[in-house]
Design a protein around this ligand. Structure first.
Ligand SMILES: Cc1ncc(COP(=O)(O)O)c(C=O)c1O
Length: 381
């Protein structure tokens, strides 16, 4: 079978290999404490599942949606932006519903990237930018590195590339790094006179700790020119399997994304859009509603306990200000393997790019007792 050049240029999706490792070990009766994937273990709040049950029973929600989503869903997104970020957006032209933000992050490249066009992506970073977006569209994935400690982008070599897209992601997977509004505005300014579309992945905007509130890139420029922000209900409302997110920003880019999607899909199911609208409406202002705050508190507690435990064992572990990921530095190239021998599965940092090679990522989507169990096993490492 002769696969396309674009497909052949892809590296293996790292999480698929991990699923295989887990399956094999479990089939041999070996226990695995899986800290490898960012899929919340916490339940979807009841008011959202109730909304889903109500909506799924409505006959008029059984048909196709449109590729950009239902008008009332886009209105709920616009209202959420108004409350959460104080940003005005036009629900008609500046919002597109997504079947999870992942597809939107990848599909936007089909609207802008021609063969060998440069697409800038963070290393380390979420693999979809380089692979699902750049390479599968025939473009050239060009990495930029992150500064030591702050993990903020080093874009000093970026401007001469005339990249079609620049992916930025804060709060950042895998490092947990955050950005403040001024820093973000500086990057927006830097690219203001270029044709580069800034794709801002804000999937973890609500998983933040200790009073930190994540900005929206749309706060940085009132007319939203050249800016598209991607959001997800997955982590905020523990709805990963629902597959719902949204893209918001420059109407020309949103229109282009809608055009791509109208040839490929028919929008998220209406009952899912309804459940997501109800979830978004739980925000009455810029602060998190209780249901979201409680989730963030659980991750904070888990993160504190893991960091404390690792430090007691002599490792360095720095509490992030957001996400449920701990990005742990290690000088031991076989650290992840040694953990796996003990039954603890973390993601080796190089799954997120070459710059991650001296790190591992812990995903704290496991209950506290599993974290304690892992720390206990590590004592014998
Ligand atoms: C940085 C980042 N962006 C986007 C996503 C995609 O989320 P979803 O497709 O569930 O909305 C993820 C998922 O792990 C992620 O880590």
């Amino acid at each position: 079978m002769k696969f396309s050049y674009n497909l052949s240029s892809l590296p293996e999706y790292p999480f698929a290999r991990m699923e295989e490792i887990i399956r094999k070990r479990r089939s041999l009766g070996q226990k695995i404490l899986a800290f490898n994937i960012g899929d919340p273990d916490l339940p979807t709040p009841d008011f959202i599942t109730d909304a889903l049950i109500y909506a799924v029973k409505r006959n008029d929600y059984a048909g196709y949606s449109s590729a950009d989503g239902e008008p009332w869903f886009r209105e709920a997104v616009a209202e959420w932006y108004r409350r959460r970020f104080g940003v005005e957006i036009d629900p008609e032209s500046e919002v597109c519903a997504l079947i999870g933000s992942k597809e939107g992050l990848a599909n936007i490249a089909r609207a802008f990237v021609d063969k060998d066009d440069a697409v800038l992506y963070p290393d380390p970073g979420y693999p979809v930018y380089a692979n699902g977006a750049a390479r599968l569209s025939g473009g050239k994935a060009v990495r930029y590195v992150l500064k030591n400690d702050s993990f903020l982008p080093d874009l000093s070599d970026a401007s001469p590339l005339h990249a079609k897209l620049l992916y930025l992601n804060y709060p950042h997977n895998p490092t947990g790094a955050v950005i403040d509004r001024e820093e973000l505005a500086g990057i927006v300014e830097e690219f203001a006179s270029s044709d580069t579309i800034l794709c801002y992945d804000n999937a973890y905007s609500e998983i933040t700790f200790s009073g930190y509130s994540a900005p929206s890139v749309l706060q940085c420029r009132k007319d939203h020119t050249g800016l598209v922000e991607f959001h997800s209900c997955s982590k905020t409302f523990c709805m990963t399997g629902y597959r719902i997110g949204f893209a918001v920003g420059d109407k020309r880019a949103i229109d282009a994304l809608k055009k791509v999607k109208s040839q490929i899909d028919s929008g998220p199911p209406k009952f899912i859009q309804y459940a997501a609208s109800v979830a978004l409406q739980s925000y009455t202002g810029s602060s998190k509603p209780n249901s979201v705050q409680e989730v963030a508190d659980v991750y904070y507690k888990r993160m504190s306990e893991l960091c404390k435990g690792l430090e007691e064992l002599g490792y360095k572990a720095k509490m992030p200000r957001a996400t449920f990921y701990l990005w742990q530095k290690t000088d031991d190239a076989s650290y992840a393997e040694k953990l796996l021998e003990r039954g603890i599965l973390v993601t080796p940092g190089n799954a997120f790019g070459d710059a991650g090679k001296n790190y591992v990522r812990w995903s704290l989507t496991q209950p506290m007792e599993v974290i304690y169990e892992a720390l206990e096993l590590m004592k014998r490492l």
